[in-house]
Design a protein around this ligand. Structure first.
Ligand SMILES: Nc1ncnc2c1ncn2[C@@H]1O[C@H](COP(=O)(O)OP(=O)(O)OP(=O)(O)O)[C@@H](O)[C@H]1O
Length: 439
């Protein structure tokens, strides 16, 4: 088949592509990528191809300000401007959904949109808030991101960041909502030094091994490993915590909790946990025995070493989860505090949704299932929304059209999570094994 002229040269907006096939779309992206052009429009949707290298294309925020979508070559700033423009012009809050598989570049794109919005707002005001919102990122990444086989800085939680603007288009505050933090990696990496490491935990876990469980002093964190400058990262997080008004005491408490989690990871159990040798403190008690109350009588039973290890892991995961939630809450107290008392309708907002991307490892855990389910759900919403919008547009313009059929993943979603009986309901989150049903 003769190639359409648009496929030879490539196009900025794939709506104008002559070969509207999967191969045609991919060829266009490839052609552009070879020329160092990582962004391509498909109407109002932007496709970003991860270049895995730094391009000097993120300094000219002002160039995109006030320009319509499509006026300038495709760029992430053009999408950010489109959100900002539509919010102000139509007085309607906007939402930007960033989707793609793990390592595709979603978090980087979210940060670039935020960079654009804070730069535009910063021109109009002299507030601290933009800096505080930007500085929340390294903190969340330190605790909620991790190195995986697919991505050195993989988000292990979902994030919805809502940025609130006043009527002059100036940022007044923001609020972070976090979803489904992956907790199991904290236990695996503590015990086995799994390659999946959180940035803040990695120097600490190494320190524990090096110093054979002696109490951790902050200075042992100054280690350089795996091509990363951990000391620099650590200072960066510390300064971000200061900007978000975490006190020195709170910072020390965070370190203590991290150290406690790592020490707990080094606790091992030998055979049946004997009560006399072990029961010294409340924590030890709760890790090594189980009490059941029946008919007002309390029966205490020692746990097997395997059960005690599962119990220890559950405690560590719970501490990590609470710590993360507490950090997000504290950040929100700073970036959202002025807005909290005003009615929500006083502001317009731009929401940025950045969730963990689709993953498929050789061995997949319960958490991967949840991550992939969230991605399926988002895909369904996105496809449904786009087709609905497109067909509404046709209707408005009086264009004759055939109802467009698109592949729907509803069956997959129902199998996984439709009530009352679904795959999720059969799995116990803690053990990741099927629940044992009472007979
Ligand atoms: N626009 C970009 N320019 C340069 N490098 C980029 C860009 N986008 C992504 N990268 C590189 O790719 C890496 C992975 O990107 P990112 O963490 O944003 O992926 P992700 O889609 O959020 O993945 P996950 O779902 O695992 O969190 C980044 O650490 C960065 O090195």
């Amino acid at each position: 088949k003769i190639m359409h002229p648009t496929s030879v040269e490539g196009v900025d907006d794939m709506i104008s592509l002559g070969d509207m096939t999967e191969a045609g779309l991919l060829r266009n992206l490839l052609l552009r990528h070879k020329r160092g052009l990582i962004y391509t429009f498909v109407g109002s949707v932007l496709v970003a191809v991860n270049p895995y290298q730094e391009f000097p294309i993120y300094t000219a925020e002002q160039l995109y300000h006030g320009r319509k979508l499509g006026e300038l070559p495709p760029h992430i700033f053009a999408i950010a401007e489109s959100c900002y423009f539509n919010m102000r012009r139509n007085l309607r809050s906007q939402c930007c959904i960033i989707s793609g598989e793990s390592g595709a570049g979603k978090t980087e794109s979210t940060k670039l949109i935020l960079q654009y919005l804070t730069a535009i707002s910063g021109k109009l005001s002299l507030q601290e808030i933009e800096k505080q919102i930007l500085e929340s990122n390294p903190i969340l990444e330190a605790f909620g991101n991790s190195k995986t086989i697919r991505n050195d800085n993989s988000s292990r939680f979902g994030k919805y960041l809502e940025i609130f603007f006043n009527k002059n288009g100036v940022i007044e505050g923001a609020r972070i909502e976090q979803y489904l933090l992956e907790k199991s990696r904290v236990c695996h990496q503590v015990r086995q030094l799994h390659p999946s490491k959180s940035q803040l935990l990695s120097p600490l876990s190494e320190a524990v091994v090096l110093f054979q469980c002696k109490p951790i002093k902050p200075q042992v964190i100054h280690l350089q490993m795996q091509g990363r400058d951990d000391a620099k990262d650590f200072d960066r997080i510390r300064s971000a915590l200061k900007i978000l008004t975490f006190s020195e005491n709170q910072f020390q408490d965070i370190l203590k909790l991290l150290a406690a989690m790592l020490h707990l990871g080094n606790v091992t159990f030998d055979g049946e946990c004997s009560q006399t040798a072990w029961i010294k403190s409340t924590l030890e008690k709760s890790l090594t025995q189980r009490s059941i109350e029946a008919n007002k009588e309390r029966v205490t039973k020692p746990l097997s070493s395997q059960q005690a290890a599962a119990c220890r892991d559950a405690v560590v995961k719970a501490i990590f989860n609470k710590l993360f939630k507490w950090i997000v809450e504290n950040i929100n107290n700073v970036i959202y505090k002025r807005l909290a008392n005003n009615p929500k309708s006083s502001y317009l907002s731009i929401g940025l949704l950045d969730i963990f991307g689709f993953e498929n490892f050789e061995v997949n855990s319960f958490e991967q299932l949840c991550i992939n389910y969230a991605n399926e759900k988002l895909q369904q919403f996105f496809v449904g929304h786009i087709f609905k919008l497109e067909q509404e547009e046709y209707m408005k313009e009086g264009i004759v059209w055939n109802n467009i059929k698109f592949s729907d993943n509803q069956n997959v979603l129902d199998l996984l999570a439709d009530k009352p009986c679904n795959v999720f309901a059969l799995i116990d989150e803690e053990s990741q094994f099927p629940k044992v049903w009472p007979i």
